[in-house]
Each structure stands twice: as structure tokens, then as C-alpha cells.
Design a protein around this ligand. Sequence first.
Ligand code: GSH
Length: 362
Amino acid sequence: MTAYTLFGAEVSYYTGKARAYLRWRGVPFTEQVATQEVYRDIILPNVGWPVIPVLATPDGEIIQDTGDIIGYVEAKESREPSVWPQTPLLRFVSELLHLYGDEWLVIPAMHYRWSYNEDWAYGEFGALSAPHLSPEEQYELGKKNGARFKGALPVLGVNDATIPGIEKSYEAFLNDFSDHLGTHPFILGHRTTLADFAFFGPLYAHLYRDPTSGELMKRIAPRVADWVERVENGERGDETEPHADTAHATLLPILTRQMQEQLPALLATAEFYKEWAANAEAGQRVPRVLGDMMIEIEGCRGPAKARSFPLWRLQGALDVYHAMDEETRTRADALLQTIGGLDLIGMDYPRLKRENCQLVLA
Ligand SMILES: N[C@@H](CCC(=O)N[C@@H](CS)C(=O)NCC(=O)O)C(=O)O
């Protein structure tokens, strides 16, 4: 085998992120649809649970988790420019936005898919699992397979209490992102970086490609739809110029929204995790759900599960913060103050690591 193989699906959030990254990176890869057979023969035996995307490397390694996929390919291929900005403050910002794209924008993405595109999604799920079946049979199969994904809504905190806030927040986010794109072609400025791929996850498969959601995006935020198309097409921007090490003013409303909504959930999750870790051993698998909490979005409060995975992405961001020199840290603290994120600094929880495609206590 000389190329990478990405096992995934066009309807999948994180496959979109990995595909856009691999396309941009320019490495040879083919994409194979994660049919029932692929789950049975490749994903379950190697990963241990049904999840996409999965990358098979030319050396025969199997990698799950888009963060691990990107990290692996970056290290293996050593191409320029790196997916990460080379300036330290922006590297931190890119990890924060990675956390936001992967673990918070999933809330509107899943809400809009399952509240406005449900039947369409069942057809798509069925067609990808069993391309040989009739559309009616695919719909029935898709309904069965899709139940697991729809079942994530209460876990994420999508419910009658939060939905009005989720919609208000998403529309405001689209507005802020449009303003940003009015002066900068990509999230960190003039070229594509990790932050673009992280946002592409929610903003492509669910919020652009699902018909009703795509109609909303194109109507109220055509610039965001244009960015989705540019990232999808592998547009790179100007890679000759290094980044100036500041977050553009137009990114601040997006980061502020992240801190308002996601940071309290992260703080609550870290408390559950500390309680769990106090009685756990190194190497022990961390439960995907650690407890019950309330989230608040645009004044709408409702129940959600405290999921452990966001703490892993957060650890990535905090590691960058703690590795900063004093001058950069002073600038990072000023940024955190501006966006309402100072509580991040004091966060301290037992380290996590990845082992056999799972999150474990380090
Ligand atoms: N952190 C993982 C998330 C992968 C993920 O949640 N994939 C979805 C499809 S887009 C899935 O297969 N979920 C199954 C599940 O969570 O049980 C990544 O970045 O790869």
C-alpha cells in the first residue's frame, strides 16, 4: 500500500475535518465509505468501538481520532507549512478553536441535523451503509443506524430548554464569523490552519450539506458558505507570509462566545473528572461520560452530560499555554482577560493520554 486510506462518510462531521486536512496536506489518500462490512472487518477489530473516521497508513497502522490523525501525518510527512501556526500565541488560539470546533459547535450541528433534516439523514445513513439496497430499505436501515447518533442529543445538551439558545447562539456565531471573513480569508488570517479544519467539521457535513441547514447558512451567512466551499476545494491562501502573532479583532467575539458557553461546561467536567481520577489507576480507561451537568447558551439552561473527551482537547491547548515564554504568556493572559477566559489558567486536572484509540488516565 502506498497511500493512506480514510474510512469515513460524507455525512460525518469528523470525516469532513480529516478529509479537508488530508486534501490540504497534499498526501496521497483514498477515501473508503464506512459500510457495515468496513465497521465489521476494519473498525471494530482495530479500534474496538464503532467510530469514524479511521485512517490506515501506508505502513499499515490504524489511527482513530482526527487530532491523532493530523498529528501523525504532520510528523510523518514533515511538510511546510505546518498545519499549526508557527507563532506561539496563535498556536494557542488554534488549539482553543480546535476545542470549540470539535466539542462545542457539535451542539448546533447535531441540533440542526436532527431537528430539521431527520428524514434526509436517515436516507443518507442507509445509502452509505448498504449502497445495494433500495431507497426504502436504505431509509429503514438508516433509521436503525441513525438512532445511535440521534441519541447523542441529550448527551450534548440539546433539549427543549436549550434549543432556543442554541439557535440564537448559532445565528450570532454565523454573523460573527461572516464579519471576520469580510476581512480575512481564513480563521487565523491569510492561510489555512488547523482552526479551519476544526471548524470545517461542524460547518460542512451538518450545517452546509444537510439541505435545510445549508439553506440557512447560505441565506444568512453566504460568506461562511463560501469559506466552506473554499476549504472543501483545498484553497490554501498565501503561505509565503508568516503570521503576525496576534488574534485578529474580528475573532474576539467568537472566542468570547466560546468562553461564555463552553468554559463553564469544561470547569464542571474537570471537577467530575478529578473525583473519578481520585479513585482510578494510571492506564485506566476514562468513561466517556463523567456525570450530569447544566449548560447555558444565550440564557437558556438545560441538562447535558459531562463528556470526558473535551478535556483531552483542552489539555492540548493548556499544554501550549504552559510552554509559553513569559512575554507570550503575558499576551495570552491579556487575550484571555478580554475574552472572559481567565478561569482557564488555573485549571489543573490529572493528565490524560491516548492508548489503543481510547482516553486513559496518564
Ligand atoms: N474525537 C473523535 C470523534 C469521532 C466521532 O465522534 N465520530 C462520529 C461520526 S462523525 C462517530 O462515529 N460517533 C460514534 C459514537 O460517538 O459513538 C475524532 O475527532 O475523530
